[in-house]
Design a protein around this ligand. Structure first.
Ligand code: FAD
Ligand code: SF4
Length: 345
């Protein structure tokens, strides 16, 4: 028996927000199709090695989400890019890359974020100097201790992190704070010290934003237990030395003096950028906030409600978010979609 499209929900994106939303819909007996452009579910979580603040193994956490997918028999259409969503006569028409079109009573947008392209900050030389890498690159390297940050099989002696790469930066058009990179930088600095105990680690920051539960404690631990040096200052330039190391020019804004330091690796803590395609704005009239993330109707009363009736938002598509934030938003958006389908909104 075919299900009335008016009672079906399309979930766009099978990251943690989309999975949480789809599980909540399924448990409430609501029929949902989940669209995922990649070959498997999990979103950016599939790219992380250990998670803040407890440094839990990311693969184990991901497995927990995959178990939920399996136990709830979610219908995830992997390898399926949603290219267009339109609303006609009260129904949403969702079109995919192959031109297939299906109708739904509501849509739950959980298409996440894009990582800032560090090559846009030319002064750091990402993509040109091999020893300048990003925080996601480091996550990948840490998965394999045989490679990690070894140089000619030797442990690195000095590593520096740069905070706010592509965030809080009017020059690249992103004035907002990406929220997760400060604590990611602390987590990664500790991971480097654990793997290479003799390596000196320093973090260059503008100011540190430890907003979440357990974050401030991890930052304290990073200084007291792991001896990580947090330097308030902006890195102005990075250049390679003859042996391939990286010379960093910065200003220590607390001491008010310029600083030059040569490191084995420079790690750029890249921020989050909106992943909402412009076409959704045009075809649906979906409004975006000043930073370009999907805008909600009322931050206090209706978070998760987009500017379009029947289209709900969850996770990092609506702004920088942690995994627990995204899961909570996914469940909340599922409930809002159910209320909408039942005519209660
Ligand atoms: C460097 C870094 C480290 C981080 N470490 C942590 C951590 O340790 N702990 C923590 O809590 N958080 C961490 N985060 C944040 C975490 O990654 C996000 O909270 C989480 O990924 C948001 O989940 P999401 O489902 O909203 O989006 P995503 O993970 O981006 O998932 C969105 C999904 O939608 C799919 N999609 C996008 N567009 C389409 C389309 N048009 N059609 C079909 N599918 C589509 C994508 O392929 C993706 O699978 C980190 C972030 C960064 C940048
Ligand atoms: S979380 Fe920290 S590193 Fe990330 S943009 Fe905000 S202040 Fe900068």
């Amino acid at each position: 028996m075919s299900v009335n499209p008016k009672k079906r929900v399309a979930v766009v994106g099978a990251g943690v927000a989309g999975i949480a939303a789809a599980v909540a819909l399924k448990r409430a007996g609501v029929d949902a199709d989940v669209y995922e452009k990649e070959s498997g579910p999990g979103g950016h979580l599939t790219r992380w090695h250990a998670l803040f603040p407890g440094r839990e193994n990311a693969a184990t956490v991901l497995q927990g989400f995959l178990n939920e997918v399996k136990e709830n028999r979610l219908d995830i259409r992997t390898g399926t890019l949603v290219t267009d969503i339109r609303k006609e006569n009260g129904l949403f028409r969702v079109t995919t890359g192959s031109g297939e079109c299906s109708e739904y009573g509501a849509v739950l947008l959980a298409n996440g974020f894009r990582l800032f392209d560090a090559a846009r900050k030319e002064e750091y030389g990402y993509g040109i100097y091999p020893r300048v890498i990003t925080s996601p690159d480091l996550e990948k390297r840490m998965e394999d201790p045989a490679t990690g940050l070894l140089i000619h099989n030797q442990a690195p002696k000095k590593v520096a992190f740069v905070h706010c790469v592509g965030s809080r930066d009017a020059k690249v058009g992103n004035r907002y704070c990406s929220k997760v990179c400060c604590i990611s930088g602390v987590k990664q600095a500790i991971a480097v010290r654990e793997q290479y105990p003799s390596c000196e680690v320093m973090n260059f920051y503008m100011d540190l934003r430890m907003f979440g539960s357990g974050f401030e404690e991890l930052y304290q631990e990073a200084q007291e237990k792991y001896g990580i040096n947090f330097i308030r200052g902006r890195v102005s330039e990075a250049a390679p030395t003859l042996d391939g190391s990286i010379q960093v020019k910065a200003e220590d804004t607390l001491l008010g003096c310029p600083l030059k330091v040569t490191v084995d690796w420079l790690i750029l803590l890249v921020g989050m950028e909106p992943g909402i395609p412009g076409s959704l704005h045009d075809s649906l009239g979906l409004e975006r906030d000043d930073a370009g993330f999907a805008g909600c109707r009322n931050k206090f009363l209706l978070p998760g409600y987009s500017s379009v009736d029947g289209l709900f938002l969850a996770g990092a598509c609506a702004g920088p978010a942690t995994i627990p934030d995204s899961v909570n938003q996914g469940r909340a958006a599922a409930l809002s979609a159910i209320h909408y389908l039942n005519g209660k909104v």
